[in-house]
Structure formats: structure tokens, C-alpha cells
Design a protein around this ligand. Structure first.
Ligand SMILES: Nc1nc2c(ncn2[C@@H]2O[C@H](COP(=O)(O)OP(=O)(O)OP(=O)(O)O)[C@@H](O)[C@H]2O)c(=O)[nH]1
Ligand SMILES: [Mg+2]
Length: 632
């Protein structure tokens, strides 16, 4: 679209007109917003994608994308946000899902009752035919008394006409609700919108308009007000039903095309096997294909064989043979965390593939409408450890890569649950790099050791989950998911998301990680790491392990798989190996993960998790060593 006004007719002079896209969750508001403004916003196949408003000015029109709502009352945070935008807007584009008229027209009628100038974008028109429905658009236009424009936001069909007819935005001069206005005091100073909301018992409106005469006491939630609201709602529902009956007709029998799959997914007997299969596939793709094969290649071949040696040669050639240059050289190209070598390798060779793969999988799940279903099916089990079903993806992803999982806690919802998920991930979920080595060592010891290891981990996971659930303030958040229909993911949308999110992630994470790496390198150079190894001697002795295990732990501060690999270099008996493996699994997250925890949470939580891992690892390891002493 070009720079002329979005609403050609409504625009008067240079003053700006504000137009808001308003509609039910998942109706396609953001997809339409993208079409109208060419501005990137997230479009996903689940309700609640948009949580904040986004505004863009095109010509002299400011267009705002809003969080989805089912009505203009002020109950949830999203409803409050959208309500304010509606009250301030000169006009709204009411996005209606054409396959959900019964649900969506309630909001439409409410907007019209409020007298908000409205045009209706009748979206998802492509799915109407697939659902074996037929809509009489002229009849709908007549019934509503405002323009109704059929659209398909993802293809852009109808968008031009929508722009052309925006100037016709209007509301009928009067609607059935007007008959209730006389219950309000005569001298009340309120707009038509405010009067409507008052009758419906909207609290912020009651506070804004002087309602002292309106309700004697008991505020706006008095029984009288609630009764009015219910009457108004009931009548509006009746009007919706009668409109739907006139405009919607079924063509042939049969349901939406993916309905059978939706049914299979929601029935536990079939849903749980399908979802388990899916989770295994995700684990395999992220944990094996990407975290091991792809990253193995980028790390060992691209960086190990070509990039790092080349950079080293160049740096060594350039720097003069002086003492200060030796310091600089260490910071730049040391083999643990050199700023130009290993740090770049971690960011580009490890993080980028992991993060992009994660966003790819999530993008596909989001677009297909699978995420909310995964959450619903796993909700029960996760409730026991203070989480809800939305934590399932991070926990699975964690077995691939804990760093990636910490990022994926973004989808968990409440801060409290994100903290619990992150803490559990950091504590007791080994990442794939570790799992490989650990499984190898355990396989050598035999099944009993393997099973005991698993039991210890699950025990720690359970205890830690229950503990955090108890001590963290706040309540567990119930999972309320409206299930979107299943749709084929759109490659372009997924690709766009992957690149946008990966770049955004890199911009934030790369400097943070580089900073951490320099600090750790400096500590290493100053001999602090060696001092730590020495200081750890009493601890390793208490665990019944040789002093060289201290070295393993210090490697583990940097990367967990370094620690695991370090274990293979030690010659230990079965009980010692077992204790050592338990300790390095529960031990602190790697510095890449710590960087992410720092980015996603606050410094205090990150430090607590880090310290908590030390304590847990040593305590559980010590207990295991003591128990083995008694048993064996
Ligand atoms: N088939 C079809 N799919 C559409 C159409 N418009 C949007 N979608 C898809 O519907 C889903 C929801 O689109 P969004 O634009 O994110 O919906 P929204 O109204 O912004 O949703 P919230 O932000 O959650 O309130 C996405 O998967 C879109 O690709 C359409 O006209 N036809
Ligand atoms: Mg949206």
C-alpha cells in the first residue's frame, strides 16, 4: 500500500484518523494488519497471539492491531487493553471469522450497540466453502446495517475493497439496547458507548462516569446491574442467532476437512500415542539431528578444522611478541573461550543452528494449531509439579539442549511457571550432548545402575518441582485453551518467523555471551579456575572421588558435555562413576544456558539457580555415595 490515507474518505485535512482492528482471538486481525500496513507482526494459529497493541501510521491513518476479545467488557488484561483502543478509535474494522459467525457476531452487535463506527471484515472466507457453508453477504449487511467485506487475510483477497469502503464505517443510529438507556439518570454525561457499557456493568466506565445516582450502594456489581447485563446479553445472543439463521446455510453434509484428525487428537486413547510420537520426533530432530549432527559438523569441521586455525594464525601473525600482547592473545584465541575463536564458534556454530531449529519446530506447531492441543493432553501430569501443560515443550526440548529450552520457556505463560520450568531444566534435565556420554558410561555399568540413575533424576525433578511450587509466591495458573482448528502450516509465514526471531535473539544474546566469555577467560588467565579446583579438593574427597574430579567440575562450569567427556578420562569404579555422573548431571547449567537464564529472568533468580545446583549436586551426590557405602 502507498502513502495515501488508509481511509480515503474519512480523512479530513491533516488530522490523523485512528482505526482499530478488533475481533475474536484467532480471527485473523494480525494477518489483516500485515496486509494493510506491510508491518511485521506475529501471526499464529492459536488464540492469544497478540498480547499488546501495535500501531502503524499509513498516510494520515493510524491503524492499530489489538489482542483478541469476545466482548468489550473489562475482565481480562487483553480485554482491558482492547477496550481502551476501541473507545479512543474513530472507527474499527471488526474482523469476523466467517466460519464462526455464531461466536463472533456478539462482539459485532456490541460494537454497534455502542455506536462505534464499524466495517466488518468477514475473514476466512476460503474456509467457508470447505466447511460446507454458504453465506448470504448482502443479507448480513442488511441485518447489521454496516458494510460487510469478505476477505481472506492470508492471500490478500478483499483487502482492496476493505480499504475502499473504510470510509463507510458507521453504526445504526439506534439499536434495541436504547430502550434500556432510560434506567440511567437523565442528567448523566455519558456517550452512547459509555451508556451501553454502564448498562452492562462495566466497572472502569462506572468509575469514569459519575454514577453516584446510578446505583445506591454495592457498586456496579449490585444484583440489579448484573441482572441488566444478563438481560442485555441474552437479547444480544438471540439477535445473533436470528441473524445467523438468515445468512448461513449448510450446503452438503460433512464437516471441516481436518475434523477427524482433531477428534483423534482430543481423545486420550488416540491423542496420547500421537502426541508421544510427535514429542519423540521433536526430540529426535532437535536433540539428535540438529544438536548432534548439524552442530557436530559446524563445530568440528567448519570451526574446528577451518575457522579457528585460520583465525589463530592471523592473530599470532599480527600481534607483536611483547608481554601485553600475550595477554591479549590469550583473551582472543584461547582454546576454552577465546573471544575470536570459541566464542564465535558457540554463537554461530552452536547457538544459531539450535535456535533456528527450535523456532522452526515451534513455528510449524504454532501454524498448524497443535501447541494448545499438546498442552491440554499433558496438563494433568505437569500439574503435580506446579506447572501446566504449556511447559511440556520446554521440558522435551531440554533433553535436546537446555539453552534452547530456556528460550522456549517464553511460551509457558506466567512468570512463576517460567521460573519453575527454568529451574527444573537447569537442575535435572541433562542435555543431549551430555546424554550421549552419560548413556555410554552407564551402559558399561549395566542396567541396575542405569535405572538407579534415572530414578535419582526423576526423584530430584519431582521433589524440586513440588518444593518450588510450595515456596514460590502466587498460584498455579490454570490452563484455559481455546482450541483453534488444525491448518496446514504456511511455509512463508514459518520462514519469516524463524528468521525474525533468530535475528532478534542473536542481537540480544550474542553481546551477553561474548561479555560472559571474556570475564571467564580473564578468570582462567588469572588462575582463578585452578584455585577453584584446589578448593574443591575436600568436596571431591567427601564424595569419595579423586581430586581430578575437581577438574571435571570446573569444565562443567563452562559446558556440561565437557564435564561428561572429562568423566571418560578418569578411571573409576562403578559406584564412583555413578556418583560422578549424578553430580555432573545435577551440577550447574553451562555458561551458554546461564547467559540465557540471565537474559530471560533477573540476576537474582539466575544466581539462586546456579547456587542451588551446586548445593543439590553435592548433596544428592554425597547421599548417593553414603548410601552406596552402606549397600555395597
Ligand atoms: N485459511 C485462512 N487462514 C487465515 C486467514 N486469516 C488468518 N488466517 C490464519 O488464522 C490464524 C490466526 O491469524 P492471526 O492473524 O494471528 O489472528 P489474530 O486475530 O491476530 O489472533 P490473536 O492475536 O490471537 O487474537 C493464523 O494461522 C493465520 O494464518 C484466512 O483468511 N484464511
Ligand atoms: Mg493477532
Amino acid at each position: 500500500m502507498t502513502g495515501e490515507g488508509l481511509m480515503r474518505g474519512l480523512t479530513s485535512g491533516n488530522t490523523e484518523t485512528s482505526v482499530a482492528l478488533v475481533g475474536a482471538p484467532n480471527a485473523g486481525k494480525s494477518a489483516l494488519f500485515k496486509r494493510l500496513t506491510e508491518e511485521y507482526v506475529d501471526v499464529s494459529n492459536y488464540p492469544g497471539t497478540t498480547l499488546k497493541t501495535t500501531s502503524v501510521t499509513v498516510g494520515s491513518t493510524e491503524l492499530t492491531d489489538t489482542p483478541g476479545i469476545n466482548g468489550v467488557s473489562s475482565f481480562s488484561e487483553e480485554e482491558r487493553v482492547t477496550r481502551e483502543v476501541i473507545l479512543d478509535a474513530d472507527a474499527v474494522i471488526n474482523v469476523v471469522d466467517a466460519t464462526q459467525l455464531d461466536r463472533d457476531l456478539f462482539l459485532t452487535l456490541q460494537l454497534l450497540d455502542m455506536g462505534v463506527p464499524t466495517v466488518v471484515a468477514l475473514n476466512m472466507m476460503d474456509e467457508v466453502a470447505a466447511d460446507n457453508l454458504e453465506l448470504d453477504i448482502d443479507a448480513l449487511e442488511t441485518a447489521l446495517g454496516v458494510p460487510v467485506i469478505p476477505t481472506v487475510a492470508i492471500t490478500g483477497s478483499g483487502v482492496n475493497e476493505l480499504q475502499n469502503r473504510l470510509s463507510e464505517a458507521s453504526a445504526p443510529p439506534s439499536t434495541p439496547i436504547a430502550s434500556y438507556y432510560d434506567v440511567l439518570p437523565d442528567d448523566i454525561k455519558a456517550t452512547r458507548a459509555e451508556k451501553t457499557l454502564l448498562i452492562e456493568g462495566d466497572e472502569p466506565t462506572a468509575r469514569r462516569v459519575d454514577t453516584r445516582n446510578l446505583v445506591a450502594d454495592g457498586g456496579d456489581t449490585s444484583p440489579a446491574a448484573i441482572e441488566k447485563r444478563e438481560t442485555v446479553y441474552r437479547e444480544r445472543r438471540t439477535r445473533v442467532r436470528s441473524i445467523v439463521e438468515t445468512v448461513e446455510h449448510a450446503t452438503t453434509s460433512g464437516g471441516p476437512p481436518m475434523k477427524w484428525l482433531e477428534n483423534l487428537l482430543m481423545r486420550p486413547a488416540t491423542g496420547i500415542p500421537i502426541v508421544s510420537g510427535l514429542l519423540i520426533a521433536i526430540f529426535y530432530f532437535m536433540g539428535v539431528v540438529v544438536a548432534q549432527t548439524v552442530v557436530g559438523y559446524t563445530e568440528k569441521i567448519l570451526f574446528g578444522r577451518y575457522y579457528n586455525p585460520a583465525v589463530k594464525t592471523v592473530v599470532e601473525d599480527i600481534l607483536p611478541p611483547t608481554e601485553w600482547a600475550a595477554h591479549v592473545e590469550f583473551l582472543l584465541i584461547n582454546d576454552n573461550l577465546g573471544l575470536l575463536t570459541i566464542t564465535v564458534q558457540y554463537i554461530l556454530g552452536v547457538l544459531v543452528p539450535l535456535v533456528a531449529a527450535f523456532y522452526l519446530v515451534i513455528g510449524i506447531l504454532e501454524d498448524a494449531g497443535i501447541l494448545p492441543r499438546l498442552a491440554v493432553l499433558t496438563d494433568r501430569g505437569l500439574n503435580r509439579i506446579g506447572l501446566n501443560g504449556r511447559a511440556v515443550v520446554p521440558l522435551i526440548v531440554g533433553m535436546g539442549c537446555v539453552t534452547m529450552a530456556v528460550i522456549s520457556t517464553q511460551m509457558v505463560g506466567s512468570r512463576r511457571e517460567r521460573l519453575i520450568t527454568t529451574a527444573l531444566l537447569g537442575l535435572a534435565i541433562p542435555c543431549s550432548a551430555q546424554i550421549g556420554v552419560i548413556m555410554g558410561l552407564l551402559a558399561g555399568l549395566g542396567f541396575v545402575w542405569w535405572a538407579s540413575y534415572l530414578l535419582v533424576l526423576l526423584g530430584v525433578l519431582g521433589v524440586a518441582g513440588v518444593f518450588l511450587d510450595r515456596v514460590l509466591p502466587g498460584d498455579q495458573e490454570a490452563l484455559i485453551e481455546q482450541l483453534p482448528r488444525l491448518r496446514a502450516p504456511r511455509p512463508r509465514n514459518v520462514a519469516r518467523k524463524v528468521s525474525n526471531r533468530t535475528l532478534a535473539f542473536l542481537r540480544e544474546a550474542a553481546p551477553l555471551f561474548a561479555g560472559t566469555a571474556v570475564v571467564v577467560s580473564a578468570l582462567d588467565y588469572a588462575g582463578v579456575l585452578d584455585a577453584i579446583i584446589a578448593a574443591l579438593r575436600p568436596l571431591t574427597a567427601a564424595l569419595g572421588l579423586p581430586a581430578s574430579f575437581g577438574q571435571v567440575l570446573v569444565l562443567g562450569l563452562i559446558r556440561r558435555d565437557f564435564a561428561a567427556a572429562g568423566m571418560t578420562d578418569l578411571t573409576l569404579g562403578a559406584p564412583q562413576t555413578f556418583v560422578g555422573l549424578v553430580v555432573i548431571t545435577l551440577f550447574v547449567p553451562c555458561i551458554l544456558t546461564m547467559t540465557m537464564i540471565l537474559k530471560e529472568h533477573d540476576a537474582r533468580s539466575a544466581l539462586l539457580m546456579w547456587a542451588g545446583s551446586w548445593v543439590t549436586a553435592i548433596t544428592v551426590g554425597g547421599l548417593a555415595a553414603a548410601a552406596l557405602e552402606v549397600i555395597l
